[in-house]
Design a protein around this ligand. Structure first.
Ligand code: ASP
Length: 321
């Protein structure tokens, strides 16, 4: 059996048409996906392990400013960056996770170091930063992660928040909702990145990395670093999810796909389709997954998901909507 790889750059409310001035931004994201897919395909062709490949590809996605991870991470309500990531090896079920990073360039590599160099699975905030320093990973000033696009996104999100307050009188709400639509980021996307792969030896791995949600509370932890929610791999499949973290955590989305395969004998596509349909509300989640048989699936119940995949026998696909 050959290798397979799938990756995503976030699921969300992605509009079908864009104003001309934003088309370039979308094209940059698609070019980024294509580049990261090529990096993964080359590494798999060279015989690198699934674990190495998902880390490598997620690093590339983190380094791309169009995605919500690494530089390009969205901002908390305080205008700061708090990045998180998780990596998991399917064969051993070893995993590592980090949260609350402000200075680490590649959160996914720190997650792998937690997995390999500590007796623990998950480090957050000051402890994770101290571990990063101790390991000598690349860091930058917190302000270096903040892009002008994300300052603008936070501003729009804060304005939109005001209109979503439930106690607003209905007639006022109508007026405010119109304002909200006008104020929305027309290219809004949740933008987390993830990669899953099976190598030619049959090892599965999953990795996910994010800046979280725009205007999230300081200290909020989403689904991405939570094993079984945003990220999961075992000997049946590897899954990386994206979307509204709180819903993904409630639905234990990634683990549920694996559980349906393990306990109900469902094929990958059916298991993932069931989870997307039944385990989270419409408009909140997407995932990429590969199985031990090398099958790939990339379902979502949002309007779109930045995604790409390839298999050793030459199949390849890149899509948004
Ligand atoms: N799931 C991420 C979170 O809630 C966001 C995303 O997927 O874009 O933190």
């Amino acid at each position: 059996m050959g290798w397979s790889i799938a990756l995503h750059g976030g699921a969300g409310d992605i509009p079908v048409t864009l104003p001309p001035e934003l088309i370039e931004r979308r094209e940059a994201s698609v070019a980024g996906l294509r580049h990261c897919l090529d990096v993964g395909v080359t590494a798999l062709t060279d015989g690198r392990s699934a674990l190495d490949v998902v880390e490598l590809v997620v690093r590339e996605l983190e380094n791309h400013p169009r995605f919500n991870a690494g530089r390009g991470s969205v901002l908390t309500s305080a205008g700061t960056v708090e990045m998180e990531a998780c990596i998991m090896d399917g064969m051993t079920k070893n995993c590592g996770a980090v949260s609350g990073l402000k200075t680490v360039v590649n959160a996914i590599s720190l997650a792998r170091l937690v997995m390999e160099k500590t007796p623990h699975i998950y480090l957050g905030f000051d402890g994770a930063e101290a571990f990063a320093k101790e390991q000598g990973v690349e860091t930058l000033e917190p302000s270096d992660f903040i892009t002008p696009e994300n300052i603008e996104r936070l501003k729009l999100a804060k304005e939109a928040d005001r209109v979503q307050l439930d106690y607003t009188a209905p007639e006022q709400k109508q007026v405010l909702q119109e304002t909200h639509t006008a104020n929305e980021d027309p290219d809004s996307k949740l933008g987390t990145v993830g990669c899953v792969a099976i190598d030619s030896e049959g090892n599965l791995a999953a990795a996910t990395s994010t800046g979280g949600l725009v205007n999230k509370m300081v200290g909020r932890i989403g689904d991405t670093p939570i094993v079984g929610s945003g990220t999961y791999a075992n000997s049946y499949c590897a899954v990386s999810a994206t979307g509204r973290g709180e819903h993904i955590i409630r639905g234990t989305i990634a683990r549920e796909v694996a559980a349906l395969m393990e306990y109900k004998d469902l094929p990958l596509k059916e298991a993932a389709a069931y989870v997307i349909e039944k385990c989270a509300p419409r408009g909140t989640v997407g995932l990429v997954a590969v199985s031990a048989k090398g099958e790939i699936t990339m379902p979502f119940n949002t309007t779109g998901m930045y995604r790409a995949c390839a298999t050793q026998d030459g199949y390849s696909e890149i899509g948004i909507l």
